[in-house]
Design a protein around this ligand. Structure first.
Ligand code: VGL
Ligand code: ZN
Length: 234
């Protein structure tokens, strides 16, 4: 055995993943998610609560003409489904185009506390819902972003997912986090869906991945001073 170098976490760390909190996903945005703006204040409070060892964000970041845009497919409309590299792909309105105001990180969140920002969906030919892996590539794989390795190297064993949208990027991020071996909690009331009719299916898919669903907008139970003080793990 060797001693842990100074500065390394002395216990398993928990990270907050803030998914795609960008103007294009807010009411009035290019791919508006109803009540997305209602998440800004409570997610901001969570980010600055000190309850998490690490805070990481994702940012949807597409080049103009991205393959996920309906406008890139002749005769197709937003929210229609197509096949892409052998898998179903929803076609979206143009959104989160690199360098546009709608693609910025939301101006009212405390981004200074975020240790890393994973930009995703930048490959013109592959969509990316998850912060951990792209959707399917033309080669049939789902190329990793490096986030799993980053979190592991930071001593993270548990991740909590919040942001937009519940039924796409949050769901896929949580599922991939679980597949990568993290303990995962889905902060249900700090997400909002593109399609509320899909909520039951989202819950089922999360359960199938072993992802716990946490209700409420505050600091989840078990985080913060009590555990920092040396409560038993888990
Ligand atoms: C998202 C659709 C397309 C999301 C991103 O953040 O959930 N949804 N791009
Ligand atoms: Zn997107």
């Amino acid at each position: 055995m060797h001693a842990e170098p100074a500065g390394r976490p002395q216990r398993p760390a928990t990270a907050l993943l803030v998914v795609d909190m960008q103007p294009d996903f807010m009411p009035g945005g290019a791919l508006a998610v109803a009540e997305g703006d209602r998440l800004v204040a409570p997610i901001g409070r969570l980010m600055t609560s000190g309850a998490y060892d690490l805070c990481v964000a994702t940012q949807d970041w597409h080049p103009p003409g991205h393959v996920s845009f309906a406008s890139s497919h002749a005769g197709r409309r937003p929210l229609e489904s197509t096949q892409l590299h052998g898998h179903p792909q929803t076609l979206w309105p143009d959104h989160c185009v690199q360098g546009t105001p709608g693609a910025e990180l939301h101006g009212d969140l405390p981004w200074s506390v975020v240790a890393a920002i994973i930009r995703k969906g930048a490959d013109p030919a592959i969509d990316s819902y998850s912060g951990f892996r792209n959707n399917w590539s033309p080669d049939g794989d789902r190329p990793p972003t490096g986030l799993a390795g980053y979190l592991r190297e930071r001593g993270v064993e548990e991740v909590h997912v919040c942001g937009l949208a519940r039924d796409f990027c949050c769901l896929w991020t949580a599922g991939d986090a679980a597949e990568a071996g993290f303990r995962v909690r889905f902060l249900w009331d700090l997400t909002r869906p593109v399609d509320p009719a899909g909520d039951a299916q989202v819950r089922e898919r999360l359960a199938r991945h072993g992802v716990g669903i946490v209700a409420g907008e505050g600091v989840p139970p078990g985080l913060g001073t009590a555990r920092r003080g040396g409560a038993p793990w888990p």
